[in-house]
Write a new protein. Structure first.
Lengths: 237, 293
């Protein structure tokens, strides 16, 4: 469904991604794991169009996307729930959700999707008139996810969905991500909490220093010696 | 000094302040969406004033009626300016964007200023309608009809803009882009198109302010700079990108300037600048802006 072929991205003179290639199949959950600064966020930004690779291809459902504008990629069905949530703090919860449904496809079934989002996160309905900037951290993350769903995406990209949340809330968010996947949405996510990510995902790629250094079935990775030592903080089993 | 003299000058200050507000709203809208400062905003206002003047002189169209045609002409000019000059800046880094927009704006203001002198001479002009002497008195205060209706009209324009920005999908997209353009793009909002329409809308708002200025006051080719300056002061008072606050801050500046003439006479312009510096120093987020954390 989503094919990344040898993308290279740089910030000025500093190259951040080197020949990154990976695939996400329809209805999968794929995780990108790796240390801070490895290039995970850069990868997601390149897929959504916020950054432009200077070399390489990005294909979505067989179509080349690397030249498309950000909004065109959203129209095609790619939605990013960005790092730090990226809400519109001065606009109400409802307005944030409405903006999520800006695309033609999103707008045509706005009311229906809104009900689904309220079903996933009932608290958002109570907060609908409240400015997004005044919501609690957990509510803001729920809003960011809800807003990402409003465009009716085929693939949803998550950049650290549990960022700044308590373990309990992270668990809730992860359950919802699982539910979203069950409803037919493909998921590509980045997560600091490697164990949670691997438990949820079908497959994972390890990114280090802007390169993919390992990949595989996420359940197997949970038992992988290197992964355990580097990311899970446990000695070999 | 009697309270009546004071109240009367305060009232006249509020009338002109409504126009400061209207001029500032356009500048603020453009800055909010594009993070560019169009210092030729005052020249666009001047062109709007001349459009209304010529509609009246050549075709005897009532200036209040030419508000929309003048705005439409400047809307089109705004589209052209954006496409030709400002749109290439959109890809630049934020700091380079504002610096380059300042340079382009200064160049544009010189061009429009001199073009206006060439085409229409440097004479002061104003639209003198038959009803320019009309007015009414209330509580012993004089309400000249054209200035009073100018303020009413400016208020209506601002309310209409507010409705547009809060009730329509495209208006909300403008606000979303102002708050966080990257997120707005991730919602599927076409930032290029939103910027273009916002810039043209800013020009149209300048034209409406120019129209009202040409009725109650006077227009001349060199007026642009003073209006840009007023608009800038008001935008800083209100907080950058704060559209509702800009109108209130405009009225406030007009009232303060006008009242201060009674105390400092010809130095009233300085009062505005002093307030500008004080706000920058003490409350850089603006009187109505939220602190940036």
């Amino acid at each position: 469904m989503l094919e990344i072929e040898k993308i290279n991205v740089s910030y000025g003179d500093l190259q951040a991604l080197w020949d990154i290639s990976f695939k996400v199949e329809g209805r999968e959950i794929v995780a990108l794991i790796g240390p801070n600064g490895a290039g995970k966020t850069t990868t997601l930004k390149s897929i959504s169009g916020l950054l432009r690779p200077f070399a390489g291809k990005i294909k979505f459902e067989g179509l080349a996307m690397e030249k498309m504008a950000i909004h065109e990629r959203v129209e095609m069905g790619i939605s990013l729930v960005p790092e730090g949530r990226g809400l519109f703090p001065g606009m109400s919860t409802l307005e944030n959700l409405e903006m999520g449904a800006f695309t033609a496809k999103g707008r045509s079934c706005k009311d229906e999707t809104l009900e689904q989002v309220y079903e996933l996160f009932p608290i958002l309905k109570n907060r609908k008139k409240q400015a997004a900037g005044t919501l609690s951290g957990g509510e803001q993350q729920m809003l960011a996810i809800g807003r990402g769903l409003m465009s009716k995406p085929k693939v949803l990209l998550f950049d650290e969905p549990s960022w700044g949340l308590s373990p309990l809330l992270s668990k809730v968010i992860y359950e919802v991500i699982g539910q979203i996947n069950h409803s037919g949405v493909t998921i590509l996510l980045i997560e600091q909490n490697v164990r949670t990510a691997l438990e949820l995902a079908n497959r994972a790629y390890v990114v280090e220093n802007g390169r993919i250094v390992n990949q595989g079935d996420s359940k197997q990775m949970l038992n992988d010696q290197h992964i355990r030592e580097a990311y899970l903080g446990t000695e070999s089993a | 000094m009697s309270w009546q003299v004071f109240a009367q000058s305060l009232l006249f200050g509020i009338f002109v302040g409504g126009l400061y507000g209207l001029a500032a709203v356009g500048l603020s809208l453009v800055f909010g969406v594009m993070k560019m400062l169009n210092v030729a905003h005052g020249e666009l206002l001047m062109l709007g004033g001349y459009a209304t003047f010529w509609f009246f002189s050549l075709y005897h169209i009532d200036p209040f009626l030419s508000l929309l045609p003048s705005a439409f002409i400047l809307f089109l000019i705004g589209l052209g300016l954006y496409k030709g000059l400002f749109s290439p800046l959109a890809k630049l880094h934020e700091e380079m964007k504002i610096k380059n927009s300042l340079l382009i704006g200064f160049g544009l203001s010189l061009i429009f200023h001199n073009l206006a002198i060439r085409l229409w001479t440097a004479d002061e002009r104003s639209v003198s309608v038959l009803y320019s002497g009309w007015g009414f008195s209330l509580f012993g205060l004089r309400f000249p009809f054209i200035r009073f209706s100018g303020l009413v009209l400016a208020t209506i324009v601002i309310l209409a803009l507010h409705q547009f920005l809060t009730k329509t999908y495209f208006g909300k997209a403008i606000r979303a882009t102002t708050e966080n353009w990257e997120s707005a793009a991730l919602m599927g909002i076409n930032i290029e198109k939103t910027s273009m329409i916002s810039f043209a809308l800013g020009a149209a708002l300048a034209a409406m302010a120019g129209t009202i200025v040409s009725i109650g006051y006077a227009i001349h080719p060199a007026m642009g700079l003073e209006w840009t300056l007023k608009a800038l002061i008001v935008v800083v008072l209100a907080g950058l990108g704060n559209i509702g606050g800009a109108f209130v801050a405009g009225v406030l500046l007009g009232a303060i300037e006008s009242a201060s003439t009674l105390f400092v006479g010809p130095y009233m312009e300085v009062v505005g600048l002093i307030i500008f510096l004080l706000v920058l120093e003490l409350r850089p987020q603006g009187l109505f802006g939220k602190s940036m954390g």
